[in-house]
Design a protein around this ligand. Structure first.
Ligand code: PLP
Length: 443
């Protein structure tokens, strides 16, 4: 009997004993294609010799130095690399141990920025429904996924939520995508005016929505409008790229495809590719300067922030992505994956939408394509899809998201950036079989 409190107590989980490239192996010798990168984490695959060598070398030198006493060469090099690979306006890095920690730090940084500037009356955070920003209480409060929040609501600070940019369900028939994007973005302005423009700290959003709704990209022009509104009222824009960032959509940061730059952003999963737990907040010079010319101190910190082993993993993974030109493969294989998904599911009665960017793709499962109604949540289709996929040696990330207040289902795919064309074909083939088997079993 396991002594671990697992996420799902009654799940009978296979025992993972190894991983190589895009495959993982269990104790029975069964291989699984890691088509979800775990949860969009594994970006260069498993067991990469160059990362292992970098980790060994770092361990030989120094495993850990507390950031209250020292900076380290490895953390400085990682920060330099991340800034060098980012557009102008992203100038500094704050290293933490994961996505929730990064989002907590981002929210507190935004609040302290205004305190430093003498605008301590700013106290509201605005985010979006159907978003996920982490499971710690601050990040959970910002998130808009009611399923995750419901039982903890009494512990959450008040935040405000506006509509997501989710064209499949939100766009009106008479609207163009652009008009739809402008309409939902305008909800942010209305909310800022309602709360009082001088009382709002920040607007928080995932650039491409991940776990809650399944690889939902914004429509063209949406984030430009959001940036404009934030600027008009001096509200900070915080982008959560914990899942969609560090190359997953085909550019280093997903926001680069939107023609905007956030004030503060969070990255994590693909930063260390799963080799070590690591996340980061990245910020503009104006944020840094407010701290530098004010208290000189960001009132935050965690024991393991800037950990040398984590920084070594992050730097090695980012070096590999750059040196092996893996973002080219993300774009090329991403297009192929999109084509294959369309070939397999365009005429499928229960696939309502196929969407995403780069190697961050999803299908949305519906009971009826004509009215987009989801399956009854009681049949737990997402659980069945995961089980059927695992039985076929395929790891995918199915979730029951909250859609229009109803639990719906989608399946997220986020294979490592090294995936090849043959593997893309196998992923889609196995996914199709797993989906059909799940629906048949349910019926
Ligand atoms: N933000 C987003 C968009 C995420 O997808 C996640 C995790 O799935 C988090 C934050 C939280 O990251 P972590 O699980 O590393 O704490």
């Amino acid at each position: 009997m396991s002594k671990i409190l697992h996420r799902t107590i009654h799940a009978n989980l296979p025992l993972a004993v190894g991983g190589r490239g895009i495959e993982m192996f269990d104790a029975d010798g069964k291989a699984y294609i890691d088509a979800s990168g775990g949860a969009a984490v594994s970006c260069i695959g498993h067991g990469h010799p160059e990362v292992l060598a970098a980790l060994h070398a770092q361990l030989d030198k120094l495993a850990y130095a507390h950031t209250g006493f020292f900076t380290t060469d490895i953390a400085e090099r990682l920060a330099d690399r991340l800034v060098a690979d980012s557009p102008d306006g992203i100038d500094y890095v704050y290293l933490v141990s994961g996505g929730s920690e990064a989002m907590e730090a981002a929210l507190k940084m935004a609040r302290q920025y205004f305190v430093e500037k003498g605008e301590g009356r700013r106290r509201h955070i605005i985010a979006r429904h159907q978003s996920y920003h982490g499971n710690t209480l601050g990040a959970l409060a910002a998130g808009g996924n009611e399923w995750r929040r419901a039982q903890f609501r009494p512990l959450l600070v008040e935040t405000h939520h506006v509509a997501p940019c989710y064209a499949y369900r939100g766009r009106l028939p008479a609207e163009s995508e652009h008009q739809y994007g402008q309409r939902v973005a305008n909800q942010l302005e209305a909310k800022i005016l309602e709360l009082g423009p001088h009382e709002v700290i920040a607007f928080v959003a995932e650039t491409v929505v991940g776990a809650t709704a399944g690889a939902v990209p914004p429509v063209n022009g949406y984030f430009k409008k959001i940036r404009e509104i934030c600027d008009r009222y001096g509200v900070l824009l915080i982008l959560d790229e914990v899942m969609c960032g560090t190359g997953r959509t085909g550019t280093m940061h997903a926001f680069e495809q939107e023609g905007i730059v956030p004030d503060i952003m969070a990255i994590a999963k693909g930063l260390g590719g799963g080799y070590q737990p690591i996340g980061a907040v990245m910020l503009g010079r104006h944020i840094y300067d407010a701290f530098a010319s004010g208290s000189g101190f960001f009132q935050h910190g965690h024991t393991y922030m800037g950990h040398s082993m984590a920084a070594a993993a992050g730097l090695a993974v980012q070096d590999i992505i750059r040196e092996h030109r893996l973002l080219d493969n993300v774009r090329e294989m991403g297009e192929l994956l999109n084509r294959r998904l369309h070939e397999r599911f365009d005429n499928h009665h229960h696939v309502g939408d196929i969407r995403g960017r780069g190697l961050f793709r999803a299908i949305e499962i519906v009971a009826d394509r004509s009215d987009k109604s989801p399956f009854d949540p009681a049949c737990k289709l997402n659980v069945a899809v995961k089980r059927e996929a695992m039985a076929r040696g395929l790891m995918v990330y199915p979730m029951g998201g909250t859609i229009d207040g109803v639990r719906g289902d989608h399946v997220l795919l986020a294979p490592p950036f090294i995936v090849n064309a043959g593997q893309v074909d196998t992923i889609v083939e196995r996914l199709g079989d797993a989906l059909d088997a799940s629906i048949a079993t349910r019926a």
